[in-house]
Design a protein around this ligand. Structure first.
Ligand code: FAD
Ligand code: SIN
Length: 526
């Protein structure tokens, strides 16, 4: 079956939906998403979205904080673009119906998180992402030019490779013509031909055992671009959020927002001692990488499975008013956060690297754009400043919309793409082969490619992953297409990219911390 459209958007978080809304007045948009429309990282965002709003904050301060956090690895042009365009895109979100909290005087209430020198985070209680997703979904559902295909899984993007040509990384002028998309309910592959294709497939958290990301975050977009011979960068910079609720067996791990540390919560060991001042002058409000490593180290020293986050010294009414969602969740687990300390552990949270894009969100492959967490714009460098990702997605969706619209008239649909070849495949005889490889991959990544790395650990991870890679490729070639198998394959590709790029880095910088190499001089200057 064939489907033709002007814009194919893969993914329905803030990046995909805001791009779709920007271009829909000018052409037909098809959004494909592998689950229900709202199942995405965006929906789980708690803390909020950054934008310079009131004095004494200003653009230079936000730029400075972002560059410092990025440890000398940010692209300053991308940082300036996002920071200076943020207020305009916040206005757009408000016009689409997003409600941010205000104080009694009618001014927006701004929160502060780790690494920020000012209060600049707009939020909706402690469930900002849910509010943003609600408003965007309601807008796209009403738009006559937008078709939404839920339970549709993008398998691969289409390039000259699908016209029978040999495509290598060095091939000039690689182009994208759309994607093969698996209709999960009918088990049929649809060939979607598009003038422009946008990958907005979110993060990679599920390659680790403990993650704040929902199960859809399996790095599909990054893996698809890797297979299509596009450029992927900065994959060694995986951000671990310092404070997810310690609740063994729960997936995804429930996040305890960093805004709680901004509000005054303090990290303590299990015997009640503060420890973060040992690692950073900002103490419990230090940037995320330092905090996660501090917690990791304290857990290793003590042999404990978690540390505590203590907010009990604050006014109980204020706690409940600011963090109603967290209060209720913890209460349901038997923890009254106004009286009890919260057990927390670091969890894989955000991928700072991804598909390399320019200032228009365009990848190294023509007619293919990557937005949001899937992309690497250069904004985050070696470490993302808290609450900078939702705004990055909004700004780059707008940049990409402008760019694609400027090229729309001169871009046609490609002919001659063959339908999906179902030949020679049958149902996998033993699903356990897939599920076991999935678990093994998560163990390998968590044990050897986590918060603290070393040459030895990375080499071991690579060897182990190669075995799983070979087994999974054999299965893929002989099995009927299934979401689980495709995701496993994608996650192995992403794990491989993280290991390879981590091995290439001969210094500790930002989120990439290795026992074998000291911190880079450049990072120390920041
Ligand atoms: P997502 O919102 O993850 O959307 C990805 C979409 O792609 C999903 O719809 C998914 O189903 C779809 N998809 C994936 N693969 C395929 C495929 N093969 N085929 C079809 N569809 C596919 N950032 C902030 O700035 N502030 C915060 O306060 C904040 N809090 C966070 C809290 C949590 C718990 C988490 C997990 C993240 C948080 N982040 C926060 C990060 C931020 O939420 C994400 O980076 C951002 O939402 C990513 O948006 P996105 O549109 O790129 O991807
Ligand atoms: C949080 O609320 O702590 C998450 C913020 C983020 O990941 O940017």
């Amino acid at each position: 079956m064939n489907l033709e459209t002007d814009f194919l958007v893969i993914g329905s978080g803030i990046a995909g939906l805001s791009f779709a809304l920007k271009v829909a007045e000018h052409g037909k948009v098809v959004i494909v998403t592998k689950g229900e429309i709202s199942e995405c990282n965006t929906q789980y965002a708690q803390g909020g979205i950054c934008s310079v709003t009131y004095e004494p904050d200003n653009f230079e301060k936000h730029i400075h904080d972002t560059l410092v956090c990025g440890a000398g690895e940010c692209d300053e042009e991308a940082v300036r673009l996002v920071v200076t365009r943020a207020p305009e895109l916040i206005k757009q979100l408000i016009q689409w119906g997003v409600k941010f909290d205000k104080d009694k005087t009618g001014r927006y209430e701004l929160a502060r998180e780790g690494g920020h020198s000012e209060h600049r985070i707009l939020h909706h209680k402690d469930n900002t992402g849910d509010e943003i997703e609600r408003a965007l979904v309601s807008q796209v559902k009403r738009h006559r030019n937008i078709e939404i295909l839920e339970h549709h899984f993008a398998v691969d993007v289409l390039t000259q490779h699908h016209l029978g040509q040999l495509v290598k990384k060095s091939t000039p002028g690689i182009e994208c013509y759309g994607a093969y998309v698996l209709n999960l309910k009918k088990q049929q592959v649809v060939t979607v031909l598009s003038r422009f294709t946008v990958l907005a497939t979110g993060g990679v958290g599920n390659i680790y055992h403990t993650t704040t990301n929902p199960s859809v975050a399996t790095g599909d977009g990054i893996a698809m671009v890797h297979r299509a011979k596009g450029v992927i960068e900065n994959m060694e910079y995986i951000q671990f959020h310092p404070t997810s609720l310690h609740n063994p067996g729960e997936r995804p791990s429930f996040l305890i927002t960093e805004a709680m540390r901004g509000f005054g919560a303090i990290l303590k060991t299990q015997d009640g001692k503060e420890f973060m001042h040992k690692y950073h002058p900002m103490g419990s409000i230090a940037p995320r990488d330092v905090t996660a490593r501090g917690i990791d180290n304290e857990m290793k020293i003590s042999g404990h499975d978690f540390v505590y986050l203590d907010v009990t010294h604050k006014d109980p009414k204020d706690i409940v008013a600011h963090f109603p969602n967290i209060y209720q969740k913890c209460l349901s687990e038997g923890i009254d956060i106004t009286k009890d300390m919260i057990p927390v552990v670091p969890a894989a949270h955000y991928c700072c690297g991804g598909v390399k894009v320019d200032l228009n969100g365009q990848t190294s492959i023509r007619r293919l754009y990557a937005l949001g967490e899937t992309s690497c714009t250069g904004l985050h460098g070696a470490n993302r400043l808290a609450s900078n990702s939702l705004i990055e997605a909004a700004v780059y969706a707008d940049q990409a919309a402008r760019h694609t619209l400027s090229l729309l008239a001169e871009t046609g649909l490609q002919e001659g793409i063959p339908a999906w070849d179902y030949e020679g495949t049958s149902h996998p005889e033993e699903m356990v082969l897939i599920t076991q490889n999935y678990k093994e991959m998560q163990q390998i990544m968590s044990n050897y490619v986590g918060i603290v790395r070393s040459d030895l650990r990375l080499a071991r991870a690579k060897r182990r992953l190669e075995i799983i890679f070979k087994e999974t490729e054999e299965l893929y070639l002989t099995s009927t297409l299934s979401q689980t198998l495709c995701e496993l394959r994608n996650m192995i590709a992403v794990g491989y990219l993280i290991i390879k790029q981590a091995q290439q880095k001969k210094e500790s910088v930002g989120l990439h911390y290795t026992l074998d190499y000291p911190a880079s001089v450049k990072a120390k200057e920041f």
